[in-house]
Design a protein around this ligand. Structure first.
Ligand code: ZN
Length: 888
């Protein structure tokens, strides 16, 4: 197979300008050296004629393009110029199944441009174009596969944290003159909340002009709409949500993905029970007994891995660590999985219980659990098992000469996990699970800790390079210490810290540790240690190593507007996008994690913001405007590569919380006729493909298996998950937990405007606020939760209601001594209401009407009602002074 740089699509114009070539649709046939040989004539004739300084095509017949890859979810535009009568046809294809065609007509006496737009169906994977003419001239063909929208707004579709980075990208297909204004419209209040000018960020590699609308300073929670005032029209975004819970929400949602991938049981709404009899071990030595069943061992449980039905549990250590981090760092108490434990903890135990099953008595582990498929080499007679062949458990994927076994018959082998870094990884996961079990389940705590130590003993009996100073050890010993309180484990950590730090190179990089985790692993284990022990004696050394590591990464980014951290590969120029630098989403999640964690430990918000720029790429701020985390955004790829596409056992069609491989640069090649090559993708062009089909596994090469784009994978999931736990925890700490909280009573007649009138004031005074509207039917609020109850000037009592339910709460607050602050009532009804409501039934009896009367004070007037001090302040200024004073 050959692949060469062939930008194409601009027929005859400037074949070297790939800037405006967004999908590699080509009518040209090219020689190996890149020179034009002609075009694919299906019928009649096509010839080259002079036009101006260049050339055009004279068509008397039918020409066909190559078969090219379609991008996800974008309307295409096919443009060009023609003279005469021309028909254009687009053939849309799913895998090798013809879906439909769409055709267009052009008719002109002179040269005229044409623009044909079409939206492929969601299952279109590839297409071919065709041109038909009796006698016409054609020139300047271009098929724009990134959308025919004139303007686009690309944002993080799950929303933004109030303190987070909120840089929304605006794109245009054409240059725009002059300054462009944006406004952030508050859809609850019906008012403009903020406005500003777009920052110009140049033309991106997808050939669009880009700007940033920086909403970072907008910190008020709410629902918004971004409006951009382009010279020719107003462009509006989808809903933009600013809310505190965004990262907890995403952490929980992504944790759910593991639950949905549980194997051996049914998951309501997702899949029926599967693999309830894993697994059979077969003889793998050559010989007459090859493939015979040797042993049955109960290794049910665990998780599927990449939306497939295999248990590639070499990834589970990472998944378990990511889940455990969520459990350790956040409080997500929801229990919906059918046991009384919090869901995330239940998932940690589910994973750790599986590790117990696959651990051998000596502390090593068995290999992956997967289908069994025998290949036989016809010449030598050698046989081997190809787990790939029935990756999806489709028996018909026989790529020749194989014997297909019952796909539910599972295999494991003893050998493939006898790799020290994997054993260490699993031992670490077990230590972490032991730590999580502490305080909840002592049987599990000791079982996991002992299992972990068993694997440690196994490793210590060997001498494997790269293992003694492996960063996993820090987590392993520290979590064993946390689960058992044994000081000697803690000492091990202190011995390891200098050893890990000494691995840092002069350029600040650490290199990749052996195993499956990421290049930042040295730094993240040390940072997590600082989260546990902020006063660690080597804090300064660790933080300086972190600083140098992040400094080293800095030049490796795409720059504005995407600010995506690229893989720092030796020998590639910093900032260059290619198939080695634009990593899969796991890489992007890893980068987000290290920045988020560094930001958390140091309190540097610019690092948190950098993390959020990475996360935004996954959540929709990318050239396709597609959210790559399933069900987390508004627009999704629409189709995923996974067993959901194949298996009758699937009930849902996608895996909520799953994260796909992502937008990738792939050097793919689709050959036709074995004749001159048709490259399907321009080199260096990142694409989000929705193909579900792999190439046959017999031809399996990473470079051409097109699940490159839309297959989920545990590693992406784990990386993103770690970033979410770090971001949520970081903002949780930045929130300053000692902020007092007020309950704000307001009249519903004034609407949301009334409810939020004092928001700025509360924020400036350092108070958080909850609200109770006068039309709330059941306004039970717990007065114990508040440092003050503030009554808006509009309040004249509850309007709906069972007045008594509010009355009990109010009276209770007077018994508890919670201060009340009233803005001067426009309606004296408010004061009357207070008189009336402060006596009557309380939770433990009845109280009388309050005595006392209003007396002047420095804030206005004050009065004692039962145990509480009540203030009637003069105005908002008075309220502000009082709130500040109460804070002190
Ligand atoms: Zn299963």
């Amino acid at each position: 197979m050959r692949s060469h740089s062939q930008p194409i699509s601009r027929l005859f114009d400037d074949p070297d300008d790939h800037l405006n070539v967004l999908v590699n649709c080509s009518f040209e046939l090219v020689e190996e050296d890149g020179s034009l040989r002609g075009w694919h004539v299906a019928e009649g004739r096509a010839g080259r004629v002079a036009r101006g300084d260049g050339h055009a095509m004279r068509l008397m017949g039918r020409v066909l393009s190559n078969r090219f890859e379609m991008s996800a979810r974008v309307p295409y535009e096919w443009t060009g110029e023609a003279k005469g009568h021309l028909t254009g046809i687009v053939h849309m294809i799913e895998s090798d199944r013809y879906l439909r065609s769409e055709s267009f007509e052009h008719q002109s006496d002179g040269w005229e441009p044409f623009s044909w737009r079409f939206l492929p169906p969601p299952n279109a994977e590839r297409a071919e174009c065709e041109l038909v003419a009796g006698d016409a001239l054609v020139d300047g063909l271009c098929l724009d596969g990134l959308g025919s929208w004139d303007y686009e707004i690309l944002d993080s579709q799950a929303g933004y944290h109030p303190r987070g980075s909120k840089r929304v990208i605006v794109r245009s297909r054409e240059p725009v003159e002059g300054e462009v204004r944006w406004e952030l419209f508050d859809t609850l209040r019906g008012q403009t909340y903020a406005e500003g000018m777009l920052e110009e960020t140049g033309r991106d590699i997808w050939s669009r002009w880009t700007w940033i609308a920086d909403l970072t300073a907008c910190e008020r929670e709410g629902n918004y709409l971004l409006r951009v005032y382009m010279p020719d029209r107003i462009v509006e975004s989808g809903p933009i949500i600013i809310w505190r819970g965004v990262y907890e929400h995403l952490a929980y949602m992504v944790a759910r993905y593991s639950y949905l991938q549980r194997c051996g049981v049914g998951i309501p709404g997702y899949h029926r029970p599967c693999h309830t009899n894993d697994a059979l071990c077969r003889v793998t030595e050559q010989g007459e007994h090859y493939g015979e069943i040797e042993e049955y061992r109960d290794v049910t449980g665990g998780w599927h891995d990449a939306g497939d039905y295999n248990k590639w549990f070499h990834y589970y250590g990472y998944v378990l660590e990511a889940l455990a981090l969520v459990h350790k760092r956040l409080d997500l108490p929801r229990s919906t999985y059918g046991d009384p434990l919090p869901d995330v903890l239940s998932e940690v135990f589910w994973g750790a219980d599986f590790f117990l099953r696959v651990q051998n008595p000596d502390g090593s582990f068995i290999g992956p659990v997967h289908g069994w498929y025998t290949h036989e080499d016809p010449e030598t007679g050698r046989r081997w098992n190809s787990q790939w062949a029935i990756f999806w458990e489709k028996p018909h994927e026989d790529s020749g000469g194989g014997e297909v076994m019952n796909p539910r018959s599972r295999n494991f082998d003893y050998t493939s996990h006898d790799r020290p870094e994997l054993i260490l990884d699993f031992a670490t996961a077990l230590a972490t699970a032991a730590r999580c079990a502490r305080g909840t389940d002592d049987r599990r705590r000791w079982t996991y800790a002992n299992a972990s130590l068993r694997s440690v003993a196994y490793l210590e009996g060997r001498s494997d390079p790269g293992i003694p100073a492996h960063p996993y050890w820090i987590t392993l010993w520290y979590d064993l210490y946390k689960s058992t309180d044994r000081g000697e484990y803690r000492d091990r950590v202190d011995e390891l810290v200098p050893a890990i730090l000494s691995l840092q190179g002069d350029d600040g990089s650490f290199g990749r540790p052996t195993g499956l985790k990421h290049a930042f692993h040295h730094v993240t284990v040390l940072l997590e240690l600082l989260v546990d022990e902020p006063d660690h004696p080597q804090r300064d050394e660790i933080l300086s190593a972190v600083e140098r590591n992040l400094e080293w990464m800095k030049p490796h980014t795409t720059g504005v507007p995407y600010d995506l951290v690229l893989q720092c590969i030796e020998g590639t120029p910093p900032g260059a996008v290619n198939s080695r630098t634009l990593g899969s989403n796991a890489w992007i999640g890893n980068a987000a994690y290290v920045y988020a964690l560094a930001g958390r430990v140091t309190g540097r918000t610019e690092w948190l913001h950098r993390a959020e720029d990475q996360v935004a790429w996954l959540l929709g701020r990318n050239p396709h405007g597609v959210c790559q985390v399933v069900d987390a955004g508004r627009v999704h790829p629409g189709r995923y590569h996974g067993w959901t596409n194949w298996n009758e056992n699937d009930l849902h069609g996608s895996l909520t919380g799953g994260i796909i491989n992502g937008i990738q640069v792939v050097d793919d090649l689709y050959l036709r006729d074995n004749s001159p090559s048709w490259s399907t993708m321009p080199p260096l062009f990142p694409i989000l493909s929705v193909r579900r089909e792999d190439v046959p596994y017999s031809d399996h090469l990473i470079a051409n298996a097109r699940h490159d784009s839309n297959e989920y994978w545990s590693l992406h999931h784990a990386a993103f998950h770690q970033a979410m736990s770090a971001l949520a925890a970081a903002y949780g700490e930045l929130e300053v937990p000692e902020r007092p909280r007020a309950c704000y009573l307001y009249s519903n007649e004034g609407g949301y405007e009334c409810a939020t009138r004092c928001d700025g004031l509360f924020r400036i005074c350092g108070w958080d606020v909850d609200r109770v509207a006068s039309d709330t039917r059941y306004p039970h609020f717990d007065p114990r939760a508040y440092e003050a109850i503030v009554v808006d000037r509009s309040w004249a009592g509850g309007e709906y209601i069972d007045a008594e339910s509010l009355g009990i709460t109010v009276r209770h607050s007077f018994l508890l001594g919670v201060p009340w602050i009233l803005l001067p009532p426009d309606d004296p009804g408010c004061l009357e209401w207070l008189e009336g409501v402060s006596s009557g039934l309380v939770p433990y009896g009845k109280i009388d009407r309050p005595g006392g009367k209003w007396v002047p004070c420095e804030h206005g007037r004050t009065r004692r009602i039962h145990e509480s001090t009540v203030y009637l302040v003069e105005d908002e200024e008075g309220l502000s002074r009082l709130l500040r004073e109460m804070r002190r």
